[in-house]
Structures are given as structure tokens and as C-alpha cells.
Write a protein that binds this ligand. Structure first.
Ligand code: FRU
Length: 489
């Protein structure tokens, strides 16, 4: 196993030689300096500073395993890249420092993560050949980490669980701490092994000693594995967010290979004993092609913020990522403020992003407007008297992205090369379309409908010179967006 110093040297060299480059890199989204990024991890605000850690494979293509990369910011628009935060340098995490979260307590940052071990050999990697331990570090300044400490190992899990147990997220209630872990439980139906997803909950008084407290399950089986669980209170209820795998697709729901969404804990949690609880309902966070593994945290001002990986695992067969050729793959969404309205968790880009708005331009109905930049923020309102349609074209013949809504039916569709294989996603709105905000940033679009009740996130890969936007059944305005200021470490 390599030491921390060896990893650091190797990764720094890769970042310096091949990093921060590519025509599809964005201006106000976080991306890996080089190589591969997936889930956001360890999100928190600590001593006034926002911390965004992320699953990072800078040496993509080798079997180095996952690291935690690290960005910090005081204002969500100027960012520092802090380099690698966690390395696979222990037996328990030798095949990857997997996803996890942060908790701030008594002036200290506590980070929790899953150590992944994948033994070499002839294993199914479900019941055998895999180990998942829960580990952690602490930090007094958010940058220098303590020695790693192991909290839970294979011997601590209930026997009916497979070896897929990961992604610790902390929830606090009445001075006690709960660690939610995503899991895959052995489960059969009529003699056929299907497995089912569930959340394991461990309890602690001190964030160090953890003991099993209970589980969260769906009433009916809902997929075979739940990744990246998240528990938080909002609007008087306890939200249970998770990313299930194995949910059958439907015409207007569950259209991606894996989903991520939320329900609510069946009964409010009163603190005394967890036991088995159920999650009621499941609403997808995002109806677009590229959204997975969201994680939330509470800012020091009390806001609930959500950040997700703008991609979905195992979707390569359906659509491509042309940035592979540029030496970097994937990005995060923008941070989203979450508010509850009529039982729906509405998402809105963090207010700070508006400070990046520069020149304003108008978008009259039925006029093809050449956008002043490949990074813009657009606000449209629907006239409300017929179908609504926005068409974005990159100047390549037959290539476009279209957002359409009629009644409560909405559709996001690509033609030509712009979607790199992405075709169509549908959604049912909660009410007729009234307003749309589109964050377009070089190779990503985040589309927020009706105050963020429904969101579509998608990557896109323009090939022409500049973009044109045309609206029917509505009009609006837009702003050219300045980019994040980025200190590259
Ligand atoms: C979700 C996930 C997590 C895991 C991590 C590994 O995308 O599979 O469950 O911890 O990615 O990178």
C-alpha cells in the first residue's frame, strides 16, 4: 500500500500535468481537477467556511481506488482547491475511501466514511469478497486531519445484511447521534434471491462508540440496494433521502438506471429507541439524466443545502461523457437551498450564485436569441395560455435541447449530438408551468420549474460556436454569469 506522501506526490503531478483543462469545463460548477469525480462528501460549514469533499479518482484508469478531494469556500463563489483530504492508506480502506459525511461538534469537524475492501479472487462481492468498515477522522481547522479511527466493522452488522453497507450520515436528536448507513439486505421471494435496500441506524452519545439502534425500510420492497442515505428535519417532519438501485423504470418516473429521492419517516422520531421504522413515499429529487447521491447539510445560518453528483453510475450504455477525452469526468450540481412547500421539498440555487450575474439580456417570446456566453442564468415565465417550449441550439444542424410543458406534462428532450446519446426524460408537474430558471454552464443545464418543485439536471455537449435560445408560450430574461474564482492549491 502506498503512503500518504506517495499518493500526494503522484496525484499532484497528474493534476499539474493534465489538470484543469478542457473546453467542456464549467465556470460555476465544481469538477475534479483531473480524472474522475462522483459523490459529494463531508459537506458542512465550519468556522464560517464551507467544505465540499468529493469522491475523487484522479488516477482514473488505474486501480488506485477512491480518495476524498477537497474544496473550501467562504461565500460559495470563490473556491480553494485544498488537494486530497483522505487517502486509502489503511487495511480497512485499501480499495477506496468511500462516501461519507461531516458533523460539527464543540469546535471540531468529524468526518465519517466507509472503508472499502475488495479482495482479489472469485467472489460475488455481495456476500463474499467485500468488506465495508465505517471509519472517521476529526479536524480542528478543517484541513489537518487526525489519525483514522475505526467505528464499525463486518462483525457489527446484522447477519441478514450483505457486505454492501456504506455511506454514513449523521443525524442528531435530543443530544444523541444517529448514523444512517445504506444497505443491501438478503431477501428472497418465492425462492428467488432478490435482496432489498434498507438503512441501518446506529446510535451514539459521543460520536465514537456506536451501537445498532434499528433500521429504516420501505413498506414494499423498493430496489435491492440503497446508497447514500440522509436524514434531516424540515417542515416539521423527518426527511429520509436515499439513492435506491434496482427500482423498475416507469414511463414518467424512475427513468434513469438508478434513482435518488426522498420520503418521510413514518412517525416523528421522539428519541427513545429507534427500532424498525418505515419511510413513506418516494419523490425523485431530480427528473433529468444526470443526478445521483445527493447529500444535504445545514449551514451556519440555518439553511438546508443540498449538493449532488451530476451523473448516474452505470449509465454509460445509454449516453456518453465526451469529457473523457479531456482527461476529466463529471461534476457536481450547484448547491441548492431546500425549502418545504405543501409537502414538496423545493430546490433553488443557493442565493450567492446571483452575485455572479453580469450583463442582463432579454428573451422575448418567439425570438431566437444568441446567448452572450456559454455560462448564463435564465428566468422565464410562462404565459399560461397554451404549451410552453424552450429550445436551445448549438448551431449544429438538427442538434438541440428542448424543454416542453403542456398542462402538467413536462418533457426534456435532445436531438442530434448535443446530448451525447441522451434522448428524453418526462415528468408530471404538480401544477401548470409558471416559471422556469435555467442555469446553463458550458456542459451542464439545471432546469428549475415552478420554484424548484420539479428539477431537470442534464449534461450537454455543444459543438458549434455559441448557443441560441428561443421561447414559445412565455418570455423572460437572462444574465451572463461570471465564473467561480478558483485557487488551484
Ligand atoms: C454512490 C457510491 C457510494 C459509494 C461511492 C463510491 O455513487 O456508489 O455508495 O460510497 O459511490 O465511490
Amino acid at each position: 500500500m502506498k503512503t500518504r506522501e506517495e499518493w500526494e506526490r503522484e496525484v499532484k503531478a497528474a493534476e499539474q500535468a493534465r489538470g484543469w483543462q478542457g473546453r467542456y469545463r464549467m465556470k460555476y460548477h465544481l469538477m475534479p481537477p483531473v480524472g474522475w469525480l462522483n459523490d459529494p462528501n463531508g459537506l458542512c460549514q465550519f468556522q464560517g467556511v464551507y467544505h465540499v469533499f468529493f469522491q475523487y479518482d484522479p488516477l482514473y484508469g488505474t486501480d488506485s481506488g477512491k480518495f476524498w478531494g477537497h474544496y473550501t469556500s467562504k461565500d460559495l463563489v470563490s473556491w480553494n482547491y485544498e488537494g486530497l483530504a483522505l487517502f486509502p492508506d489503511r487495511q480497512e480502506d485499501r480499495n477506496g475511501v468511500y462516501s461519507g459525511s461531516a458533523w460539527i461538534r464543540d469546535g471540531e469537524m468529524h468526518l465519517f466514511y466507509t472503508g472499502n475492501v475488495k479482495r482479489k479472487g472469485d467472489y460475488d462481492y455481495i456476500d463474499r469478497g467485500r468488506e465495508s468498515c465505517q471509519l472517521g477522522v476529526t479536524s480542528r481547522n478543517g484541513l489537518r486531519m487526525s489519525e483514522k479511527q475505526k467505528f464499525l466493522g463486518m462483525e457489527d452488522y446484522p447477519p441478514e445484511y450483505t457486505a454492501h453497507i456504506r455511506d454514513p450520515k449523521i443525524y442528531e436528536k435530543d443530544g444523541r447521534f444517529y448514523m444512517a448507513l445504506g444497505g443491501r439486505k438478503r431477501w428472497e421471494q418465492e425462492g428467488t434471491r432478490l435482496d432489498r435496500g434498507a438503512i441501518l441506524v446506529y446510535e451514539s452519545a459521543d460520536l465514537e462508540t456506536w451501537k445498532l439502534a434499528g433500521e429504516i425500510e420501505s413498506r414494499e420492497r423498493f430496489g435491492y440496494m440503497w446508497e447514500c442515505p440522509d436524514l434531516f428535519d424540515l417542515g416539521g417532519r423527518t426527511v429520509v433521502s436515499f439513492s435506491p438501485q434496482g427500482v423498475p423504470g416507469e414511463a414518467r418516473r424512475f427513468q434513469n438506471v438508478y434513482q435518488s429521492g426522498y420520503g418521510f419517516l413514518s412517525a416523528p422520531f421522539e428519541g427513545r429507541g429507534w427500532g424498525t421504522r418505515t419511510v413513506d413515499g418516494f419523490r425523485e429529487w431530480d427528473m433529468g439524466f444526470d443526478f445521483y447521491a445527493p447529500q444535504s447539510f445545514q449551514g451556519e445560518d440555518g439553511r438546508r443545502l443540498l449538493l449532488a453528483w451530476a451523473s448516474v453510475p452505470d449509465s454509460e450504455k445509454e449516453y456518453g461523457n465526451p469529457t473523457v477525452e479531456e482527461g476529466w469526468i463529471h461534476c457536481l450540481t450547484v448547491l441548492r437551498e431546500i425549502r418545504e412547500r405543501n409537502g414538496i421539498l423545493c430546490q433553488e440555487p443557493a442565493g450567492e450564485l446571483k452575485t455572479l450575474r453580469k450583463g442582463e439580456f432579454s428573451l422575448p417570446e418567439k425570438e431566437a436569441v444568441k446567448l452572450p456566453s456559454d455560462a448564463v442564468d435564465i428566468e422565464l415565465s410562462a404565459a399560461g395560455n397554451g404549451p410552453f417550449r424552450v429550445m436551445l441550439e448549438d448551431g449544429v444542424s438538427g442538434s438541440a435541447m428542448v424543454l416542453e410543458a403542456e398542462g402538467t406534462q413536462a418533457r426534456l428532450a435532445f436531438s442530434g449530438s448535443l446530448g451525447a446519446g441522451r434522448k428524453e426524460r418526462l415528468a408530471v408537474l404538480d401544477r401548470e408551468i409558471e416559471d422556469v430558471r435555467i442555469l446553463l454552464d458550458v456542459s451542464i443545464a439545471e432546469i428549475y420549474i415552478n420554484g424548484g418543485e420539479t428539477v431537470f439536471t442534464t449534461r450537454l455537449y455543444p459543438q458549434g460556436e455559441g448557443m441560441t435560445l428561443r421561447t414559445e408560450g412565455g418570455e423572460g430574461r437572462g444574465w451572463e454569469m461570471g465564473g467561480f474564482q478558483m485557487r488551484k492549491g
